[in-house]
Design a binder for this molecule. Structure first.
Ligand code: S3P
Length: 176
Protein backbone atom coordinates (compact mmCIF):
# COMPACT_ATOMS: atom_id res chain seq x y z
CA UNK A 1 0.00 0.00 0.00
CA UNK A 2 1.06 3.61 -0.18
CA UNK A 3 2.93 5.14 -3.05
CA UNK A 4 4.94 2.40 -4.76
CA UNK A 5 7.57 4.84 -5.96
CA UNK A 6 8.45 6.20 -2.53
CA UNK A 7 11.17 4.12 -0.87
CA UNK A 8 10.33 3.00 2.65
CA UNK A 9 12.41 1.20 5.23
CA UNK A 10 12.04 -2.55 5.43
CA UNK A 11 12.10 -2.15 9.20
CA UNK A 12 12.57 0.75 11.62
CA UNK A 13 14.34 -0.15 14.86
CA UNK A 14 13.52 1.71 18.06
CA UNK A 15 14.51 1.29 21.68
CA UNK A 16 16.73 2.92 24.21
CA UNK A 17 20.49 3.25 24.13
CA UNK A 18 21.98 -0.19 24.64
CA UNK A 19 19.03 -2.00 23.07
CA UNK A 20 21.30 -3.07 20.19
CA UNK A 21 19.64 -1.12 17.38
CA UNK A 22 22.86 -0.59 15.43
CA UNK A 23 24.33 -4.07 15.82
CA UNK A 24 21.06 -5.89 15.21
CA UNK A 25 20.13 -3.50 12.42
CA UNK A 26 23.37 -4.22 10.58
CA UNK A 27 22.79 -7.96 10.91
CA UNK A 28 19.25 -7.65 9.56
CA UNK A 29 20.40 -5.50 6.66
CA UNK A 30 23.08 -8.03 5.75
CA UNK A 31 20.57 -10.83 5.96
CA UNK A 32 18.16 -9.04 3.63
CA UNK A 33 20.90 -7.68 1.37
CA UNK A 34 19.78 -4.08 1.92
CA UNK A 35 21.45 -0.98 3.32
CA UNK A 36 21.62 0.06 6.95
CA UNK A 37 21.05 3.65 8.02
CA UNK A 38 21.20 5.27 11.41
CA UNK A 39 19.61 8.66 12.10
CA UNK A 40 22.40 9.63 14.54
CA UNK A 41 24.80 9.45 11.60
CA UNK A 42 22.49 11.50 9.42
CA UNK A 43 22.30 14.17 12.12
CA UNK A 44 26.09 14.17 12.48
CA UNK A 45 26.48 14.56 8.73
CA UNK A 46 24.00 17.46 8.66
CA UNK A 47 25.64 19.22 11.61
CA UNK A 48 29.20 18.36 10.66
CA UNK A 49 30.02 17.22 14.20
CA UNK A 50 29.41 14.36 16.62
CA UNK A 51 26.14 14.05 18.55
CA UNK A 52 27.98 14.75 21.81
CA UNK A 53 29.27 18.08 20.44
CA UNK A 54 25.81 19.09 19.22
CA UNK A 55 24.41 18.52 22.72
CA UNK A 56 27.19 20.51 24.39
CA UNK A 57 27.52 23.35 21.89
CA UNK A 58 23.95 23.76 20.59
CA UNK A 59 21.80 22.05 23.23
CA UNK A 60 19.42 19.12 23.22
CA UNK A 61 16.58 21.07 21.55
CA UNK A 62 18.81 21.78 18.55
CA UNK A 63 19.72 18.10 18.37
CA UNK A 64 16.06 17.06 18.52
CA UNK A 65 15.16 19.41 15.66
CA UNK A 66 17.92 17.96 13.48
CA UNK A 67 16.84 14.47 14.50
CA UNK A 68 13.21 15.10 13.58
CA UNK A 69 14.25 16.23 10.11
CA UNK A 70 16.65 13.30 9.71
CA UNK A 71 13.98 10.76 10.63
CA UNK A 72 11.37 12.30 8.33
CA UNK A 73 13.85 12.32 5.43
CA UNK A 74 15.02 8.75 6.02
CA UNK A 75 11.46 7.40 6.21
CA UNK A 76 10.81 8.49 2.62
CA UNK A 77 14.24 7.88 1.11
CA UNK A 78 15.72 4.73 2.67
CA UNK A 79 14.54 1.28 1.65
CA UNK A 80 16.74 -0.77 3.97
CA UNK A 81 16.93 -1.05 7.74
CA UNK A 82 16.65 2.21 9.67
CA UNK A 83 17.76 2.63 13.29
CA UNK A 84 16.43 5.66 15.17
CA UNK A 85 18.27 7.39 18.00
CA UNK A 86 16.80 6.33 21.32
CA UNK A 87 14.99 9.62 21.91
CA UNK A 88 13.57 10.12 18.41
CA UNK A 89 10.13 8.82 19.38
CA UNK A 90 9.74 11.59 21.96
CA UNK A 91 8.71 13.81 19.07
CA UNK A 92 4.99 13.73 18.36
CA UNK A 93 5.29 14.32 14.62
CA UNK A 94 7.85 11.51 14.40
CA UNK A 95 5.42 9.18 16.18
CA UNK A 96 2.72 10.13 13.69
CA UNK A 97 5.02 9.34 10.75
CA UNK A 98 5.91 5.96 12.25
CA UNK A 99 2.26 4.89 12.35
CA UNK A 100 2.61 3.86 8.73
CA UNK A 101 5.77 1.74 9.16
CA UNK A 102 7.08 -1.59 10.37
CA UNK A 103 8.49 -0.58 13.73
CA UNK A 104 10.54 -3.04 15.77
CA UNK A 105 10.96 -2.24 19.46
CA UNK A 106 14.10 -3.87 20.87
CA UNK A 107 13.29 -4.24 24.57
CA UNK A 108 16.09 -4.19 27.12
CA UNK A 109 16.10 -4.20 30.90
CA UNK A 110 18.22 -2.02 33.14
CA UNK A 111 21.09 -4.47 33.75
CA UNK A 112 21.69 -5.39 30.13
CA UNK A 113 21.25 -1.80 28.91
CA UNK A 114 23.72 -0.43 31.46
CA UNK A 115 26.22 -3.18 30.64
CA UNK A 116 25.95 -2.60 26.89
CA UNK A 117 26.37 1.17 26.97
CA UNK A 118 29.28 0.96 29.42
CA UNK A 119 30.88 4.20 30.43
CA UNK A 120 31.36 5.66 26.96
CA UNK A 121 31.29 9.44 26.68
CA UNK A 122 29.66 9.49 23.25
CA UNK A 123 26.21 9.45 24.83
CA UNK A 124 25.69 12.83 26.45
CA UNK A 125 22.45 11.89 28.20
CA UNK A 126 24.26 9.25 30.22
CA UNK A 127 27.06 11.35 31.68
CA UNK A 128 27.11 10.95 35.43
CA UNK A 129 25.42 7.92 36.99
CA UNK A 130 24.87 5.63 34.01
CA UNK A 131 22.63 3.17 35.79
CA UNK A 132 20.33 5.80 37.27
CA UNK A 133 20.08 7.64 33.96
CA UNK A 134 19.30 4.46 32.03
CA UNK A 135 16.62 3.58 34.58
CA UNK A 136 15.04 7.01 34.26
CA UNK A 137 15.03 6.79 30.45
CA UNK A 138 13.54 3.29 30.51
CA UNK A 139 10.78 4.37 32.90
CA UNK A 140 9.91 7.44 30.85
CA UNK A 141 10.15 5.94 27.42
CA UNK A 142 9.01 2.33 27.56
CA UNK A 143 5.31 3.26 27.21
CA UNK A 144 6.17 5.47 24.23
CA UNK A 145 8.17 2.74 22.50
CA UNK A 146 5.32 0.31 23.11
CA UNK A 147 2.79 2.73 21.65
CA UNK A 148 4.55 2.97 18.27
CA UNK A 149 5.83 -0.61 17.97
CA UNK A 150 4.53 -3.11 15.43
CA UNK A 151 6.49 -5.91 17.10
CA UNK A 152 8.34 -6.12 20.43
CA UNK A 153 11.47 -8.22 20.73
CA UNK A 154 13.07 -8.99 24.11
CA UNK A 155 16.87 -8.75 24.00
CA UNK A 156 18.00 -9.45 27.57
CA UNK A 157 20.54 -12.23 27.74
CA UNK A 158 20.47 -12.69 23.98
CA UNK A 159 23.26 -12.18 21.47
CA UNK A 160 22.75 -9.77 18.59
CA UNK A 161 22.48 -12.78 16.25
CA UNK A 162 19.73 -14.30 18.37
CA UNK A 163 17.88 -11.00 18.46
CA UNK A 164 18.15 -10.62 14.69
CA UNK A 165 16.74 -14.13 14.24
CA UNK A 166 13.86 -13.27 16.56
CA UNK A 167 13.11 -10.12 14.57
CA UNK A 168 13.10 -12.06 11.30
CA UNK A 169 10.75 -14.67 12.74
CA UNK A 170 8.41 -12.06 14.20
CA UNK A 171 8.21 -10.09 10.99
CA UNK A 172 7.59 -13.19 8.92
CA UNK A 173 4.79 -14.14 11.28
CA UNK A 174 3.25 -10.66 11.21
CA UNK A 175 3.57 -10.36 7.40
CA UNK A 176 1.58 -13.52 6.97
C1 S3P B 1 19.74 9.51 22.62
C2 S3P B 1 20.22 8.37 22.03
C3 S3P B 1 21.40 8.37 21.14
C4 S3P B 1 21.57 9.75 20.48
C5 S3P B 1 21.59 10.81 21.52
C6 S3P B 1 20.33 10.85 22.38
C7 S3P B 1 18.55 9.41 23.51
O1 S3P B 1 21.22 7.39 20.13
O2 S3P B 1 20.55 9.98 19.55
O3 S3P B 1 22.74 10.62 22.32
O4 S3P B 1 17.90 10.42 23.78
O5 S3P B 1 18.24 8.27 23.94
P1 S3P B 1 21.36 5.79 20.38
O6 S3P B 1 20.07 5.31 20.97
O7 S3P B 1 21.58 5.25 19.00
O8 S3P B 1 22.53 5.59 21.28
Amino acid sequence: MGNQSTPRPRAVLIGTMGAGKTTVGQLLAARWGVGFRDTDHDVEAAAGKPVSDIFVEDGEAAFRALERDAVAAALISHDGVLALGGGAVLDKSTRALLADHTVVFLEVGLSDAAARVGLGVSRPLLLGNVRAKVKQLLDERTPIYESVATVRIPTDGRSAEQVAEAVLAALEASDG
